[in-house]
Design a protein around this ligand. Structure first.
Ligand SMILES: [Fe+2]
Ligand SMILES: [Fe+2]
Length: 258
């Protein structure tokens, strides 16, 4: 019988203690910390400093490595490892890329579709095109990262030449009165005349048909395309000293103290 077998329901502070104890066990007695952004996502600017947090957990050290609650990453992680162990919503990406492949598009377009929402899948929603592009920029052709960056803006604007309308999903998600912010409108205007415009536009075209929860897709279908078009560093993503290495490390270790 556990300590709370009595019929009395737990008080809130007992529940909090129990949660904290459970978390500590899972963390091998280390203190995991949440970045400011995690709290802001709950509408809070609360901040507990290191000294206070440690005082609440006497005798414990802060987590400075991998979070044992998350799947273990290999020492030299590849893009495939991030797909398997970190990206939370792989299906949509695989569906987009599968459609692009079936439509006979060239490999850069297929890769752009496969990676277009890595920002959402691994990092953050707000400005996901920009985050995703920055993450992959050192490893792919400029055309691919450019298209990933700009698809975020193009999604809001129709292009009849390829049969792309304003998405019904956006009407449903954001309401009929939603207007994209001026920086998105500016991004769209700049993109219109760009030499890679159609690559970004093709992301949008394949994007809208890729939300079927029952679609049969497989990452294995894209291993060769990734191999030919994504420069996997021999040191592993995160340890190769590029302008986005720190982003891959943060994905690997999101609860490290520093
Ligand atoms: Fe997107
Ligand atoms: Fe998407």
């Amino acid at each position: 019988m556990g300590p709370h077998a009595a019929s009395r329901p737990l008080t809130l502070s007992e529940q909090a203690d129990e949660l904290e104890e459970k978390m500590m066990n899972e963390l091998n007695d280390k203190i995991a910390t949440k970045s400011a952004l995690f709290a802001m996502a709950d509408g809070s600017l609360d901040y507990v400093g290191g000294a206070e947090l440690q005082a609440r957990n006497p005798g414990k050290y802060f987590l400075m490595g991998a979070d044992p609650r998350l799947p273990k990453m290999p020492d030299k992680p590849t893009l495939i490892d991030f797909f398997k162990h970190r990206f939370v919503s792989m299906n949509h990406l695989l569906q987009s890329a599968t459609l692009a492949l079936k439509a006979g598009h060239e490999e850069k377009v297929v890769l752009a579709c496969l990676l277009h929402d890595v920002g959402v899948a691994g990092f953050i929603r707000c400005d996901h095109g920009y985050w995703g592009a920055q993450l992959i920029e050192p490893y792919v052709a400029e055309e691919v990262s450019w298209a990933v960056r700009v698809h975020q803006a193009l999604r809001f604007f129709p292009d009849e030449s390829v049969g792309y309308k304003y998405p019904d999903m956006y009407l449903k998600y954001f309401g009929p009165d939603y207007q994209p912010e001026p920086y998105i409108v500016e991004e769209y205007k700049r993109a219109r005349g760009h030499k890679y415009y159609m690559t970004a536009r093709l992301i949008c075209v394949n994007d809208i048909y890729s939300f079927d929860p029952d679609a049969k897709v497989n990452l294995d279908d894209f291993v060769d395309i990734i191999g030919r078009n994504f420069k996997q560093p021999k040191e592993g993503l995160g340890f190769d000293n590029t302008p986005s290495s720190h982003m891959w490390r943060t994905l690997m270790w999101p609860t490290r103290f520093l």
